[in-house]
Ligand binder design. Structure first.
Ligand SMILES: Cc1cc2nc3c(=O)[nH]c(=O)nc-3n(C[C@H](O)[C@H](O)[C@H](O)COP(=O)(O)O)c2cc1C
Length: 307
């Protein structure tokens, strides 16, 4: 009995994951880029870079600035567009025995609906992650993500066009994230993912100019983890659907914090840039912790927070 491996399998909105660890959108390309570094089949899921209807060039450079304990990015949702993704990126992912979750956004409400419709009939897409939370571009969904009424409208529209599990990704740039979480759930979200980046700014003191061409960007990395853990805790209390926690996970113990407050799965973003194999270490570390604690099933850990 002693050597029996704990079960790390979880289910999110009907998607069966071998373990609760997956990359955060925008930090893992379309999956293929990381194939030389890690075994993609060990991941719980693969989450791809956010797609729009037409290809998007993103913001002018510089669009990355390192900060203490984190980074600012203003990539501006650069991507190949939904049709090129289906044609050129999916064939690689099809061969990997790991569920593919496709992150997407729209420039308008209609565009959100149209991208959802195009992804709906693609069998290799296990589920979609609707980004209503990008702070770097005006049309990155932040308008939808910060207003519960608009969030409800866009989630409802996507729900109408989509025959797949729907994960809604929320912005932390609001006063009370549980309000938008509930609005998304009521409008048809099968799961909630939180958080996206926090709006920030960094200034070069010599030139006295912003370090990002876009002036402001999204702060990610360890600096945001306590904020993310607090928000995931709040959202878990506010909704019945499963919650995916993301924000500043660098080590196995960081992922465990999110699981303990009730996240059913976690996403790893900025840490992938520091160590492309970090998700393997995180999966191993979660398993080792379970063995050490006598946990035979990860569900014994999820939501085990003592208050
Ligand atoms: C360079 C970069 C690009 C990102 N692109 C996207 C994106 O396309 N869609 C999205 O929903 N989130 C995007 N994000 C946000 C991440 O998915 C994640 O929510 C955020 O970085 C917090 O997690 P972390 O601290 O582990 O990086 C991006 C983040 C970074 C750093």
């Amino acid at each position: 009995m002693k050597n029996k491996r704990p079960s790390l399998a979880v289910e999110i909105a009907g998607i069966k994951l071998k373990n609760p660890v997956m990359p955060a959108s925008g930090t893992f390309g379309y999956g293929e880029e990381y194939a030389p570094f890690i075994d993609l089949e060990r991941l719980g899921a693969i989450v791809t870079k956010g797609l729009s209807l037409a290809p998007k060039a993103g913001n002018p450079t510089p669009r990355i600035a390192e900060t203490i304990s984190g980074m600012l990015n203003a990539i501006g949702l650069q991507n190949v567009g939904v049709d090129a993704f289906i044609q050129h990126k999916l064939p690689f992912l099809r061969e990997i025995n790991t569920p593919v979750i496709v992150n997407f956004f729209g420039n308008t409400l209609d565009e959100y609906g149209e991208v959802a419709r195009r992804l709906s009939d693609i069998p290799e897409v296990a589920g979609v992650e609707l980004n209503i939370s990008c702070p770097n571009v005006k049309q990155g969904g932040i308008v939808f993500g910060t207003d519960p009424k608009a969030a409800s409208e866009v989630v409802g529209l996507v729900r109408k066009h989509l025959k797949k599990p729907l994960i809604v990704k929320l912005t932390p740039n609001v006063t009370d994230i549980s309000v938008t979480a509930r609005a998304a759930e009521e409008a048809g979200a099968d799961a909630i993912c939180c958080i996206n980046t926090l709006t920030g700014m960094a200034v070069d003191v010599k030139t006295r100019r912003p370090r990002l061409a876009n002036k402001t960007g999204g702060l990610s990395g360890p600096a945001i983890r306590p904020v993310a853990v607090r928000m995931v805790h709040q959202v878990v209390q506010a909704v019945k659907v499963p919650v995916i926690g993301v924000g500043g996970i660098m080590r196995p113990m960081d992922a465990l914090e999110f699981l303990i407050v009730g996240a059913k799965a976690v996403q790893v973003g900025t840490a992938n840039f520091v160590d492309p194999a970090v998700m393997m270490t995180i999966i191993d570390g979660i398993e080792a912790f379970c063995v050490e604690e006598g946990i035979t099933d990860i569900h014994q850990l999820i939501g085990s927070l003592q208050l």
